[in-house]
Design a protein around this ligand. Structure first.
Ligand code: ZN
Length: 315
């Protein structure tokens, strides 16, 4: 197992994007910002607050610029947004987002259904996004992350060739990605595949930060996290209460559950800087405002073990 510097693991909330985009309820902007503020206060310092996709496609995300502006008033919070193309990146830059999470799919079918372009065109788009950001003064320049959806399989094409994922990860890194995210968008991944694929990307890309975006669609989300930790992944996406779902599987669970992820990591000796008791209160706050949606996870239901103590960073 590779050592993780200072035992520090970064957990990022994606429920405001991945969660809210997959449910019918449209959350009012003021509630989104309240959620951001509360979760930041609980110690989550990276929140994907929305996405810059056409509002006609995702009305839930129509207020993303406003949420970015509000969230940027929280000092120390990394305010990130998902962008699917150059146009989205332009809107994200105009809105003053601190981090652009570019997302494209590895499989042609999934990429086409999402963004109506070939994988090669999406790679080219990413190059233009990096160029756009490099025109911005260093002090204001957003971080650009390169995300590969359907890295562990695709609902349209089934199996996804691992060498293809590796090649695309290298291409995005060469174009200037400051982080590579492998996403198990549809919950097809398993710990062996996670170890193999992230391990291969790690060997190819050296110290470039790697992030994992797992869904718990088939119950393997946290097992996949443990496998990713084994090969040096230090950043994990999750959503409070596992909010969200899978557009191809009605009733399926969504992202891995943030509270359970924090519990897993802290129990294993990694520091997340998150106050888990406070996080469970934020979950209750969000759940009250989304009464018709399903919330998942074990820790919020069962409570913390009596001997639970958070890990201190650097220990
Ligand atoms: Zn997702």
């Amino acid at each position: 197992m590779e050592a993780i510097a200072g035992n520090r693991i970064s957990v990022r909330e994606v429920g405001l994007r991945d969660g809210l985009q997959s449910i019918a309820t449209i959350m009012p902007s003021a509630v989104k910002l309240d959620w951001c503020g509360r979760e930041f206060a609980a110690g989550v310092s990276d929140i994907e607050v929305g996405s810059f996709v056409p509002p006609k496609l995702l009305p839930q995300m129509a207020d993303t610029a406003e949420i970015v502006a509000g969230a940027r008033k929280l000092p120390g919070l990394t305010v990130s947004v998902l962008v699917p193309n150059l146009k989205g990146a332009e809107r994200a830059v105009a809105a003053n987002a601190m981090k652009l999470n570019y997302a494209m799919s590895v499989s042609e079918g999934h990429n086409w259904s999402n963004v109506r372009r070939t994988v090669a065109d999406s790679v080219a788009d990413f190059g233009q996004i990096v160029a756009l950001c490099r025109q911005i003064d260093r002090s204001e320049r957003p971080v650009v992350s390169g995300g590969l959806a359907t890295s562990f399989g695709c609902t349209i094409e089934g199996e996804v060739d691992e060498s293809r994922v590796l090649r695309l990860a290298v291409e995005l890194a060469e174009l200037g990605a400051q982080e590579i995210v492998l996403a198990d968008t549809v919950g097809y991944g398993n710990p062996a595949a996670v170890r193999r694929l992230f391990g291969a990307v790690r060997r190819e890309l050296g110290d470039l930060p790697l992030a994992a975006h797992f869904h718990d669609t088939r119950g393997l989300g946290l097992a996949n996290v443990v496998a990713a930790l084994d090969v040096g992944v230090t950043r994990f996406d999750a959503s409070l209460g596992g909010l969200g779902g899978c557009p191809y599987a009605p009733g399926a669970t969504g992202n891995i559950v943030m509270e359970d992820l924090v519990f897993l990591l802290e129990s294993m000796g990694y520091s997340t800087s998150v106050d888990l008791a406070a996080l469970i209160e934020v979950r209750a706050f969000v759940q009250e405002r989304l009464e018709r949606e399903s919330f998942y996870g074990g820790i919020a239901k069962a409570g913390l073990p009596k001997h639970y103590r958070p890990v201190l960073a650097g220990g």
